[in-house]
Design a protein around this ligand. Structure first.
Ligand code: APR
Length: 253
């Protein structure tokens, strides 16, 4: 299975999962890496090439909305043609087989939706949604390429902005409260494909651990969360989740 986890430990985890536990999952950019979407801080990560302060802040948007939209249009171009990978698909299946299952994601790519997950908490928004900078109205927009750069609100003519959370901005209060509640009441929390450095998302697993939950990390590299994890699988989500799922299938049938 995985050199860092013994067979016995793994069996314990599968039993725990199959005991109708309250399961929460937190995902980051790493779960979409095998679909061909670059992560942020990995080797070819976006923040290695682009300056977040020029593209993913409110001041960057007020300074140069066209530049910011050109970047989000480019990112839409990367995301639009790709498909969910086996990692996304296993989580969509778990939502259906586990009675108490919640998925919290930092990703704005919409691939969990595309994989069939329905109950998703999108902490950082969604790249396929836009928001009127004047009225605050949020609408779906799957245009690629965008028809107008920057796009404007069809009802009031004001600038539209991507419905995503930028650096220096707060997360939606209701969404965050829901994530806090799920984290502090779950019995198992999977933490998949995140470097666990961006707040407040990186605190969710610590809240879960403090409330007595088992933490299961899946990441090719260790993270600041590894010391707090009960199980830490070194490997790719798109490989580890399907093999874990096979064991679950055997145990549930
Ligand atoms: N499977 C699992 N994990 C992977 C894989 C994979 N195939 N490939 C890479 N990873 C891991 C990396 O080792 C790294 O720890 O995924 C993590 C990705 O980390 P980041 O690039 O920092 O992405 P994330 O943690 O999601 O970033 C958090 O920061 O830039 C902001 O708003 C943005 O939501 C984002 C937030």
């Amino acid at each position: 299975m995985n050199e860092t986890i013994s067979e016995e430990e793994f069996k314990k985890l599968i039993e725990l999962l199959c005991q109708k536990s309250r399961i929460a999952v937190l995902t980051g950019a790493g779960i979409s890496a095998e679909s061909g979407i670059p992560t942020f801080r990995g080797e070819d990560g976006l923040w290695k090439t682009y300056r977040a302060e020029d593209l993913a802040t409110a001041s960057a948007f007020s300074r140069d909305p066209k530049l910011v939209w050109e970047w989000y249009n480019w990112r839409r171009g990367i995301i639009a043609p790709v498909n969910p990978n086996p990692g996304h698909k296993v989580l969509a299946r778990w939502e259906k087989i586990f009675p108490d299952f919640s998925l919290i994601t930092q990703n704005i790519d919409g691939l969990h939706h595309k994989a069939g997950s329905e109950k998703i908490i999108e902490l950082h928004g969604n790249i396929w949604k836009v928001r009127c900078s004047k009225e605050g109205t949020i609408t779906d927009n799957h245009d690629f390429p965008l028809k107008e750069l920057p796009p404007h609100c069809p009802s009031c003519g004001a600038l539209l902005r991507p419905h995503v959370v930028w650096f220096g901005e707060s997360l939606d209060h209701e969404i965050l409260q829901k994530a806090y509640l799920l984290s502090s009441t779950c019995q198992i929390m999977f933490v998949i494909g995140t470097s666990a450095v961006v707040q407040p998302a990186a605190s969710l697993p610590l809240m879960a651990a403090e409330a007595g939950a088992k933490i299961v990390e899946i990441n090719p590299d260790p993270t600041p969360l590894t010391p707090y994890s009960d199980f830490s699988f070194r490997g790719k989500a798109g490989e580890i989740l399907p093999s874990m799922d096979k064991f679950i299938d055997r145990n549930l049938s």
